[in-house]
Design a protein around this ligand. Structure first.
Ligand code: PHE
Length: 467
């Protein structure tokens, strides 16, 4: 007898769980930096346009494939019945398997920093050697990674409804309030440098929002476009099986079009708010040079310096900030694990418990290897993008720069040219509502998205060097 498939209790549960996946480290440590680096307002305008067109298209396609087939990523693509696309399922399952170990290792770093701030030792994290000292240490990163992963697995093992949906309904509203609170605080601060220069949060806000067209060349415009595109599709968690898995749990009477638009809105709003939170604070205390950091160095090196400059308030703001980032990372981490777990369950007929245990073993060992990449297994590898990396960066590179664009391109080709956009449109419209951006969807999925994603792919594997 076939077991009843898990499902979300309702639209809100689905929207918040999917938004939980979409809102992650990318929104906080990359979006603000990319916006500041790419002429502020210009990047934001391009990003929003891409979200409304490409984001909507990719998200609708994946969620519709999930709900139509009621299958996890590993089995969904072949169930669509178009020969030769089974590989897409395999890749969509491999991507989250590659991401899981390092995402959890970073989750561990967040726990460590949160612990430091809560125990009143937060200001120690501002020293130049704290971060490198911590990640090169042998035991601590592993212990924190295991704790973070255990929290992730605990939620996933409880199931879609009682685990993922319930937690997202609590964490996502709290996260939103925290981000808004810190963002407001950030624009009210001001600071006087030793040489008497005064910088204010409002000036920082201008850097973020006012478009800077000075010296804008075609080449720079192209860089901005590619940065926005790369950021967007990482940010909405497509091309890694997650939205197919979550889509497969959406009840048949849910208005997919509305849900997709809400997920987009939530993700983009948090990205913009993160900009308001990060850019003014960094600018006030560190000036323009501070704005050059992104990724781990922004989160674990620059921001602690910013908090330490705030004096007593820094302890509180730092603790709230890291709690908020942990919420964002945890809901994303859960979605990565769920994509793999649901794949194992559907493809091999395993129970949820068995699937969680097997993937947990892989992720735990993988995460430990990632942690040891900074000490025992340390090496420096030059990546095709020009930067050097350790194990974490290599996993990130293979999944994000190489495999994800391939999955996204193949999905567009499958939907645009094999099943036809009709497959998605019918799934979206089967509840009697209209697919609001139908015509645009057809043009984007058939032509624009595959071409732009292909250019992005060439750029990220280092073939296209003009940018
Ligand atoms: N979308 C998340 C972000 O913007 C990242 C993420 C990556 C989520 C991998 C799930 C899986 O940070």
């Amino acid at each position: 007898m076939e077991k009843k498939r898990n499902s979300f209790g309702g639209s809100l549960g689905f929207v918040l769980a999917a938004a939980g996946s979409a809102v992650g480290l990318g929104n906080i440590w990359r979006f603000p930096y990319l916006a500041a680096r790419n002429g502020g307002g210009l990047f934001i305008v391009i990003y929003v346009i891409l979200a409304l067109t490409f984001g909507y298209t990719l998200l609708s396609s994946e969620v519709a494939i999930g709900r139509k087939t009621k299958q996890s990523p590993l089995t969904a693509y072949s169930k669509l019945g178009k020969k030769g696309f089974g590989f897409l399922g395999v890749l969509s399952c491999i991507v989250p398997m590659l991401i899981m170990p390092y995402y959890s290792a970073i989750g561990g770093w967040l726990l460590k920093y949160f612990g430091m701030f809560v125990s009143g030792k937060g200001l120690e994290t501002a020293s130049d050697t704290f971060f490198s000292g911590f990640i090169t240490g042998t035991w601590q990163p592993i212990v924190f990674h295991v704790i973070f992963f255990a929290a992730t697995a605990f939620v996933v093992i409880r199931g879609v409804n009682k685990g993922i949906e319930s937690l997202s309904k609590i964490l996502m509203p709290i996260l939103l309030i925290m981000v808004i609170g810190i963002a407001i605080f950030s624009i009210t601060i001001r600071h006087k440098d030793a040489d008497g220069t005064i910088r204010t949060g409002l000036q920082g806000l201008k850097i973020l929002f006012i478009p800077d067209f000075s010296g804008l060349t075609v080449k720079q415009f192209f860089t901005t476009l590619m940065d926005a595109m790369g950021q967007l599709f990482f940010s909405i968690s497509v091309a890694m099986g997650i939205m197919v898995a979550y889509g497969s749990y959406v009840p048949d009477n849910d208005n997919l079009d509305k849900s997709v638009r809400r997920i987009e809105l939530f993700d983009t709003a948090v990205a913009l708010l993160a900009g308001v939170m990060v850019i003014p604070a960094v600018y006030v205390f560190m000036g323009n040079e501070g704005l050059e950091a992104s990724g781990p160095s922004l989160l674990f090196v620059s921001l602690p310096k910013v908090f330490s400059q705030m004096g007593t308030a820094g302890h509180v703001v730092g603790a709230i900030f890291f709690a908020m980032v942990i919420f964002a990372a945890l809901t994303s981490s859960i979605s990565i694990l769920e994509a793999v777990v649901s794949s194992f369950m559907d493809a091999f007929g395993w129970s949820r418990k068995k699937a969680v245990i097997v993937e947990s073993l892989i992720a735990l060992v993988g995460g430990i290897v990632v942690c040891l990449g900074y000490n025992v297994f340390y090496f420096e590898l030059k990546l095709p993008t020009g930067s050097t990396g350790q194990i974490l960066d290599i996993l990130d590179y293979i999944s994000n720069s190489a495999l994800m664009p391939i999955v996204a391109i193949a999905t567009c080709i499958l939907v645009g040219w094999f099943t036809g956009p009709k497959m998605v449109i019918e799934e979206v419209e089967k509840t009697g509502n209209k697919m609001t951006r139908k015509h645009m969807f057809i043009v984007v999925v058939k032509f624009l998205a595959p071409v732009l994603l292909f250019v992005l792919f060439l750029k990220s594997i280092g073939v296209l060097k003009i940018i």
